[in-house]
Design a protein. Structure first.
Lengths: 308, 180
């Protein structure tokens, strides 16, 4: 058991969000919400991991019909500002989250995958709701990407099997309630504190804080979207640790978003496709099976995988 | 479900765990006929993991499906039937038979199908996954030998081909799903 002060003190020991990420987010969520391609170019070129991702994406199937690009400036022109910002943010947060969630029993990379899966869902939800609320898709994407950043702080204070013990003894309350009891604060609140320390825009801080318990009066459209996107990611099997599905889907959010069950399920399928570690799912072939293994194989052009 | 006895030869068990594991991802399936291997799937939340095992032919198949009905996304079902129960289950059954298993010897188990907390009945993805499982098995004339479904927790399911033992790991604890 850790006191609130100990838990908050752990925030100081966490790696900081790269300055370039903060710059990008502030640019995206800034007053005029206008992003300067030249500025983004500078940020991208400075970060090796981001530059590599940008090149990879520019040469991927989605953009690959116009010949290969070799240089970073070509890649930047091909992708455009919006895509560029996303790649930069995805790469940088996934570096930060790669090892996060250990105390929840998550395998390496699970939390980055869940961050991205949720962000893809949030983007789709924001796009679908532009008529009723003015939700900026980029802000929804970023806020959802960062929603579980507070799990880094829980990792820092939780003992090896502390959360598994909590989960095993759970009595039907949301998982946040147990986190608050044991650590003095839950991962949503700790995530919001981190975002505040990094001087991220207030709307993102509020969405991270409320992503499991969205406020109802007044409601916050951005928080509603992050909340729904988080549930979609869980249904896609992303980021499931010992906390499992111990988070409610808020009925008020469901009513405010007005998204049907079929729409959300289709989104679950999209999210999985977008985050698959092995890119495009393939069809299981019938083949001559000797002593190996038939796998449904999710690699393009490799519908049948053998692992002898 | 009963607790799994500790392995007698620990080093052997570790080696098996590390080297001969076939991992089935979300919306994925695998069929194997190698007695030295085990098949495992992680992070079963509302998704369901299904195993079919023929103890004589030593053929096993595992499916990790995510959603009940392919009607919500027919294009994705055409590319990857393993995403949906109604498309993936008949395919798994066929693949297991193609690999040499016999229907009358099949031991069928399932795990997962958890629900988000306080679902008022609107989404119930876990519950509907469980329903589609029963529906397809009824059509295929298959009976569940053992299952561990529902609740709010996530599960890891492992099938060992040498003897068909299926274990479930959830919230830091291991239990045996089959044999009982």
């Amino acid at each position: 058991m850790a006191s609130l002060n100990e838990t908050i003190a752990a925030l100081d020991r966490l790696p900081a969000l790269p300055a370039t990420t903060i710059q990008l987010i502030s640019m995206l969520a800034g007053e005029g919400r206008d992003t300067d391609l030249h500025e983004v170019e500078k940020i991208v070129s400075r970060d090796e991991a981001v530059a590599a991702s940008v090149l990879r994406r520019a040469n991927s199937a989605a953009f690959g019909m116009r010949g290969r690009v070799a240089g970073i400036s070509d890649a930047i022109r091909r992708l455009g500002t919006r895509e560029l910002c996303r790649i930069a943010l995805e790469t940088q947060t996934s570096g930060l989250l790669a090892n996060a969630g250990r105390s929840y029993g998550l395998r390496r990379g699970s939390l980055s995958q869940s961050a991205l899966g949720g962000a893809v869902a949030a983007d789709a939800l924001a796009r679908a709701h532009t008529s009723s609320h003015r939700i900026d898709r980029e802000v929804a994407f970023v806020a959802t990407l960062l929603r579980d950043i507070g799990k880094l702080a829980i990792d820092a204070v939780a003992g090896a099997d502390a959360l598994e013990k909590i989960a095993a003894a759970a009595d039907g309350r949301p998982f946040l309630a147990y986190e608050r009891e044991v650590f003095g604060a839950d991962h949503a609140e700790l995530g919001a504190m981190l975002c505040q320390r990094w001087s991220l825009p207030d709307e993102i801080v509020r969405a991270v804080r409320g992503h499991h318990e969205p406020p109802s009066s007044p409601s916050e459209p951005l928080t509603d979207i992050v909340h729904a996107a988080d549930c979609v990611a869980r249904w896609a099997g992303l980021g499931l640790g010992c906390d499992g599905l111990m988070y409610p889907f808020d009925i008020g959010v469901r009513e405010r978003l007005g998204t049907t069950r079929d729409e959300l399920e289709a989104l679950v399928a999209d999210v999985l496709a977008a985050t698959a570690t092995q890119p495009t799912p393939g069809i299981l072939n019938s083949g001559n099976l000797n002593s190996g293994t038939l796998h449904s194989g999710t690699k393009p052009g490799n519908a049948l995988k053998r692992t002898a | 479900m009963s607790r799994i006895p500790p392995p007698i030869f620990k080093s052997e068990s570790t080696r098996t765990a590390e080297c001969d594991k076939i991992v089935v991802g979300v919306a994925d399936m695998a069929v194997a006929r190698d007695a030295h291997k085990s098949i495992v799937t992680y992070a079963l939340g509302s998704c369901i993991g299904v195993t079919l095992y023929d103890p004589v032919a030593k053929v096993a198949g595992m499916l990790h499906f995510m959603l009940p009905e392919s009607t919500v996304s027919p294009d994705k079902a055409a590319i990857n039937p393993a995403m949906f129960g109604d498309a993936g289950l008949p395919l798994l059954f066929q693949k297991v038979l193609d690999a040499g298993a016999r229907r009358e010897r099949l031991i069928v188990c399932a795990a997962g199908g958890a629900e988000v907390l306080a679902d008022d009945g609107h989404f119930r993805i876990g519950n509907r996954n469980r329903t589609v499982l029963r529906k397809i098995f009824w059509k295929l004339n298959l009976l569940l030998a053992s299952d561990d479904t529902g609740g709010q927790h996530s599960r890891t399911m492992t099938l060992r081909l040498i003897d068909g033992q299926i274990s479930i790991r959830s919230q830091g604890k291991d239990s045996l799903l089959w044999p009982h």
